[in-house]
Write a protein that binds this ligand. Structure first.
Ligand SMILES: [Zn+2]
Length: 93
């Protein structure tokens, strides 16, 4: 399956640091739990979705790594953003 289960907070924070260093820009698409991640270096865009299955949180990204099932940096960047919005109670879970 082309899904990646979000794992530890530590894994996530390391990935978030990598995402900051790699000039990724995260925007909500307007769809529930969906984000567009733009790499400002080469202008490529990827779409990241989060969803729940059996009470576990999953994420999916449209990049090569994401499709292959890896926790890619786009997924991590979007997850960091998603968690921030959830903490601010902006209508996300
Ligand atoms: Zn990706």
């Amino acid at each position: 399956m082309d899904i990646v289960q979000l794992q530890s907070a530590e894994q996530l924070s390391k990935a978030t640091e990598r995402a900051k260093a790699s000039k990724l820009f995260v925007q909500p698409t307007g769809l529930f739990r969906q984000y567009r991640v733009t790499n400002r270096e080469h202008r490529k865009q990827y779409v990241v979705d989060f969803f729940l299955r059996n009470d576990k949180r999953f994420g999916h990204c449209t990049c090569k790594g994401g499709i292959a099932g890896f926790a890619c940096k786009h997924l991590s960047a979007a997850a960091g953003y998603h968690v921030m919005r959830a903490a601010a109670k902006l209508n996300v879970v």
